[in-house]
Design a protein around this ligand. Structure first.
Ligand SMILES: *[C@@H]1O[C@H](CO)[C@@H](O)[C@H](O)[C@H]1NC(C)=O
Ligand SMILES: *[C@@H]1O[C@H](CO)[C@@H](O)[C@H](O)[C@H]1NC(C)=O
Ligand SMILES: *[C@@H]1O[C@H](CO)[C@@H](O)[C@H](O)[C@H]1NC(C)=O
Length: 379
């Protein structure tokens, strides 16, 4: 009995170190535009390359999709004193925090919560500007400092962007802004990222954060700062060293299916990105993979399969630094969306992105202390 009581106490004490922010799986831009009858036209007018976020040379046009139209997870943070609340995407593929502000007169700012620096007693202004390309459009703004609250953690003097202009596409985003979780080297205007301040201000017990994305339900997804919660996974955690400390980038050995290499022969680089909805790869690899899977492409280049063939489709295995991570067709085919595939052509870029399609299958730990990514099968 004593032993049990002690164990329970230890568990409670441990769980207190975890700062959890629930993530809501909300409507995507694609869903909202479809409801408004705008999607087909928008998709034709504004071709999108998911790789543009990582390399502006892949940008298509000047004012098109600034961000992924299929992102759906967001959580709440607050900024200032008294606190002003915002919904943000927790994006491991960028490193800046920004929210709409009262300085912004773009259409997208009329449909979102705006930060008002004059209403915050702890706000400090700067004359530094911020400009971020997420895809083929951008946001611009100014940088300021204020107290930021994330999951019960209060970060003082966090630098963040107050938007002045936002591309039209952001109109349809459920989230107001973005909270970047990549390395500081990746931050625009050298702005110190939120997690770097959490570490230097010693607000987390371990220098890592972890993310669980629920597949089915609107609720249950979570980002956890400062710890690992074993209730989200089964089996052991596989650790993969980060190969380039800028994004959460790792060495991919190959992509296999039924024991054969189907893509990334000879090795490649991949970024683990919560801010990309699909799995993206170089054009030649993705095209090979699509024909291997028997997929067709619609007029916008979205790949799909006949829904009756999903059951007989193969698993795909992503071999990261020699360790295998397998996802079933139910993970990479969206049956709710006409059996479209969560595999996208990234054009001539040689990089891969493992986005939400992959992350939903594995509780993912982003370990800054040891520069490694941990993956464990979700329960
Ligand atoms: C910003 O620039 C203005 C005008 O040049 C100057 O008066 C002000 O002190 C600057 N503010 C900061 C915070 O540097
Ligand atoms: C990644 O692969 C490259 C090339 O094979 C190798 O030089 C490097 O050490 C690897 N990095 C890690 C972190 O495993
Ligand atoms: C899907 O496959 C089934 C069974 O092979 C076939 O009967 C059906 O016509 C196909 N549907 C389309 C839209 O091709």
């Amino acid at each position: 009995m004593m032993k049990l009581a002690f164990l329970l106490f230890a568990l409670v004490a441990l769980s207190e170190c975890l700062h959890k922010i629930p993530l809501i799986k909300g409507k995507t831009v694609r869903q909202k535009m479809k409801e408004n009858g705008l999607w087909e036209l928008f998709r034709q007018l504004y071709p999108y390359n998911p790789m543009a976020k990582f390399d502006s040379s892949f940008a298509v046009g000047t004012e098109s999709m600034t961000n992924d139209a299929d992102l759906s997870y967001y959580g709440e943070i607050s900024i200032g004193t008294p606190a002003q609340s915002f919904k943000v995407i927790f994006d491991t593929g960028s490193a800046n925090l920004w929210v709409p502000s009262t300085y912004c007169s773009s259409q997208a700012c009329t449909t979102h919560t705006k930060f008002d620096p004059e209403q915050s007693s702890t706000y400090e202004s700067t004359n530094q500007t911020l400009s971020i390309e997420y895809g083929t459009g951008s946001m611009t703004g100014v940088l300021g400092y204020d107290t930021v609250q994330v999951g019960g953690i209060s970060i003082s003097q966090q630098i963040f962007g107050l938007s002045e202009t936002e591309a039209d596409f952001m109109n349809y985003m459920t989230a107001d802004g973005i909270l970047g979780l990549a390395y500081p080297e990746c931050a625009a205007s050298d702005a110190t990222p939120v997690f770097d301040n959490m570490m230097t201000q010693e607000l987390v017990s371990q220098d890592l954060f972890s993310i669980y994305l629920s597949s089915n339900s609107e609720e249950g997804s979570v980002v956890i700062f400062g710890g690992i919660d074993s209730s989200y996974y089964t089996g052991s955690i596989s650790w993969i060293p980060v190969s380039s400390e800028y994004y959460w980038q790792v060495n991919m050995t190959s992509v296999t299916s039924n024991g054969e290499t189907v893509a990334c022969a000879g090795g490649c680089q991949t970024i683990v990105d919560t801010g990309t909805s699909s799995i993206v790869g170089p054009s030649s690899d993705i095209q090979n993979l699509l024909s291997y899977l028997g997929a067709s492409e619609d007029q916008n280049g979205d790949a799909f399969v006949n829904c009756s063939s999903v059951e007989s489709m193969p698993d795909l295995t992503f071999v990261l630094n020699g360790q295998s991570f397998t996802i079933p067709p139910s993970a990479y085919v969206s049956e709710s969306d006409g059996c479209t595939l969560g595999l996208e052509d990234g054009g001539s870029s040689q990089l891969w992105i493992l986005g939400d399609v992959f992350i939903r299958e594995f509780y993912t730990i982003f370990d800054r202390g040891n520069n490694q990514v941990g993956l464990a099968t979700v329960v």
